[in-house]
Design a protein around this ligand. Structure first.
Ligand SMILES: [Zn+2]
Length: 301
């Protein structure tokens, strides 16, 4: 099984046909690994833009690509994609997060009026894989490539933010964290329509306790000092994407604020809890003495 790590650079441009902005892909960069994780090839292409009329300042700063470089390129998106398809072969396609894939789909749609990528059969979000391997369980805190490089103390010998060097760094991260069994669990069948439903799914915060996914009886907190169950002083109130209540330990005569946040992901529920001890004389959420515990749990739905 071969692996291709793809990284794209894009430029925000106005797409007149659809009267909206579109992130036009300006560079492909990819690295290919064999099943022993040896680097067996690389791919890069700077594309001639179709709708970009100038370079977005942020993109220019980030990538160092000048609009003139693009204009001088004679590779169109379609040609680059054809070459990339050959390079990919039947390898598993990896990207850091799903934005590269959704951007690729958006660009593909502009040329082919299709929202599925026929050349991609197996896909893995290498960011998700890395977060799993590093035990980072909060899907709300997306791990960036730079942050991951810092955690792993990898020293890449190329500058970040050009597509091919990004792909190279992502390959280094992948190799450092590689575990065959875990990786195989992250490979998705991209030929299945379900793949696209999941890809475009937007997580939602549940804002009603009547939602059948919520087990209200399980919403409880225990005193961090004596382990007694805390008594509720208020009802659950929806605030900042979660449910907050004031609680008390009768035994210790201490006050707390407890918070439950329920985030409905595509196929699981993310439950986050947080307990803070409050000042005894003014038990309001603003008067936190100390954040005692926070916990994240996931439940399949
Ligand atoms: Zn207590």
């Amino acid at each position: 099984m071969e692996i291709v790590i793809l990284d794209l650079e894009w430029n925000a441009a106005f797409y007149k046909d659809e009267m909206r902005f579109l992130n036009e892909i300006i560079e492909f960069g990819a690295v290919k690994l064999d099943e022993n994780l040896n680097c067996i090839g690389s791919f890069s292409a700077l594309l001639k833009p179709k709708i970009s009329r100038r370079m977005n300042r942020r993109t220019a700063e980030l990538t160092g690509i000048a609009f003139n470089d693009l204009k001088q390129s004679d590779i169109t998106f379609c040609e680059a994609l054809k070459n990339f398809t050959e390079f990919l072969g039947d390898a598993v396609l990896l990207t850091w997060g799903t934005t590269d894939i959704t951007t690729l789909i958006d660009n593909y749609f502009m040329y082919y009026a299709e929202r599925t990528l026929p050349f991609m059969t197996q896909y893995c979000n290498v960011q998700e894989f890395a977060m799993k391997q590093l035990n980072l369980n909060d899907p709300a805190k997306q791990l960036g490539v730079k942050a991951c490089v810092d955690i792993l103390e990898i020293v890449p010998d190329e500058n970040l933010h050009r597509a091919d060097s990004d792909a190279y760094v992502e390959a280094l991260i992948f190799k450092t964290l590689y575990n065959k069994e875990v990786f195989e669990g992250f490979i998705q069948n991209a030929a299945d329509p379900e793949f696209y439903r999941k890809l475009f799914y937007k997580p939602v915060f549940i804002n009603s306790l009547d939602n059948p996914l919520i087990k209200r009886s399980a919403m409880r907190f225990y005193c961090p000092h004596c382990a007694s169950r805390l008594r509720m002083l208020t009802h659950w109130q929806y605030k900042n994407r979660g449910f907050v209540a004031h609680l008390q330990c009768k035994k210790c005569v201490k006050f707390f604020a407890g918070k439950y946040t329920f985030k409905k992901m595509y196929d699981y529920l993310n439950i986050q809890t947080r307990l803070s001890e409050l000042l005894p004389e003014q038990p309001h959420e603003e008067n936190v003495v100390i954040d005692i515990e926070s916990d994240i749990d996931t439940v399949s739905v």
